[in-house]
Ligand binder design. Structure first.
Ligand SMILES: Cc1cc2nc3c(=O)[nH]c(=O)nc-3n(C[C@H](O)[C@H](O)[C@H](O)COP(=O)(O)OP(=O)(O)OC[C@H]3O[C@@H](n4cnc5c(N)ncnc54)[C@H](O)[C@@H]3O)c2cc1C
Length: 379
């Protein structure tokens, strides 16, 4: 595994650091309090190449390695977890599967626009009764002589409030579970699609999460992404990249929490000295720094595997599991170190504490990651 990056990639990450510090961080509290989708920041991120980071330049991407993509997302997430999730969905769950599985026509129509941020994508897999059990899809796609007709409802679709196109999964062969699901690339302005407000969420507010209702939505046969019946495989492949991205996103939140705790430990005094002088505080900070660094190594390894190997399923699951849980521990311990100052509504730690939790839920819960890892090691 290669840890050093080229000067060009380091320069890119430095531009991302400046963007995160100067443009994103000052907006994070406002995005959280209003829950408004930060369209203007997504446009700025796109201008930096953050909407198609690991895609080749030939299709409008920035041509970075997955490890550089992960490092960039961690930086963005340390300023705003919400913006990092928005970008991760467009990159890993929409543009990359389109690049890998799309037809020339689908790519010509959408890929460059998605990679450059001219258009934004959503990924609609989850349903009310198909979360962890994603094979239990109820949304159906019926084939007739004019194409497919989609009916059903998707829940918790990030970016959907403003997205232009969605990859939607639907049953084409009833009763076949995972082998009977197909993926479709559907413009969100098709007649019969209704965006319905999702429940308000605890954290990562401003994701533009909506439910998507499909009522007899007619699409051409060439809306099919990949082969008929390969939808579940396409979803799992997309989620490999997505889980590396969410690991990086969680790391950003965890590192931001640790940085808050370190700064506070240096300045807050108790018993006549900074609390950072107490070994009880020092050891907590040391453990958190080690925990997050271990998660970072797993994330970079998963990213590197994603670049070099045909599959990175177990590596991505391990990275997401470790990073999301380490970040959760970091936010929790940072809250303890800031004590009443952190517990104040509107404090940075209070936001990080809420934001961090979702990474153990979306793109497969921690239990689902453990199932994937167990299957990998038990065979
Ligand atoms: C903020 C947010 C954004 C999201 N964005 C998207 C999106 O863009 N697109 C999309 O498709 N979905 C999205 N989701 C949905 C998300 O992927 C699901 O919530 C997630 O997969 C879990 O499904 P569920 O909530 O239905 O929980 P369930 O599957 O009902 O799980 C409930 C509990 O049971 C556990 N469990 C289930 N099965 C097992 C088992 N076999 N063994 C042990 N434990 C088990 C779970 O781990 C969990 O603890 C988003 C969710 C959130 C919160």
């Amino acid at each position: 595994m290669e840890f050093s990056r080229s000067a060009e990639h380091e320069a890119f990450l430095e531009r991302v650091r400046v963007f995160a510090r100067e443009r994103v961080a000052p907006r994070a509290a406002g995005i959280d309090s209003t829950g408004a989708f930060p369209s203007d920041l997504v446009r700025e991120a796109a201008a930096l190449g953050l909407t198609g980071m690991a895609l080749p330049a030939a299709v409008g991407g920035a041509g970075h390695s997955y490890a550089t993509y992960a490092a960039a997302l961690e930086i963005v997430s340390s300023a705003s977890a919400t913006l990092a999730v928005i970008l991760s969905v467009n990159n890993s769950l929409v543009a990359e599967p389109l690049f890998e599985f799309g037809t020339d026509l689908q790519k010509d129509t959408w890929l460059r626009r998605l990679a450059t941020g001219e258009a934004l994508g959503s990924f609609a897999l989850s349903e009310a009764q198909a979360g962890s059990d994603a094979g239990n899809q109820q949304t159906a796609a019926r084939l007739d002589d004019q194409g497919y007709v989609l009916s059903g409802r998707k829940v918790w679709v990030a970016n959907a409030e403003v997205a232009d196109v969605v990859i939607v999964f639907a049953v084409t062969q009833p009763g076949a579970r995972g082998r009977g699901i197909s993926a479709f690339l559907v413009p969100l302005d098709r007649p019969g699609i209704t965006r319905v407000a999702s429940p308000d969420s605890l954290g990562v507010r401003g994701l533009g999460c909506m439910d998507l209702q499909f009522d007899e939505v007619r699409v051409d046969a060439d809306a099919l992404l990949g082969e008929s019946g390969h939808g579940f495989r396409i979803a799992m492949r997309a989620l490999e990249g997505g889980r590396v991205a969410i690991a990086a996103q969680a790391l950003g939140v965890g590192q931001a929490a640790l940085d808050e705790a370190i700064a506070y430990a240096r300045t807050r005094e108790a018993f006549g000295q900074p609390i950072g002088n107490f070994q009880a505080i020092q050891f907590q900070l040391a453990d958190l720094a080690t925990d997050l660094e271990a998660a970072r190594m797993l994330t970079w390894k998963a990213a590197d595997t994603r670049d070099r190997a045909p599959r990175a399923t177990a590596e991505a699951a391990m990275a997401k599991l470790q990073a999301s849980e380490a970040a959760h521990r970091a936010a929790d311990r940072a809250m303890q170190i800031l004590a009443s100052e952190g517990y104040r509504r509107g404090s940075t730690i209070e936001r990080l504490f809420r934001d961090v939790r979702a990474a153990e839920i979306y793109q497969g819960t921690s239990e689902v990651q453990r199932m994937i890892i167990a299957e990998h090691i038990l065979g």
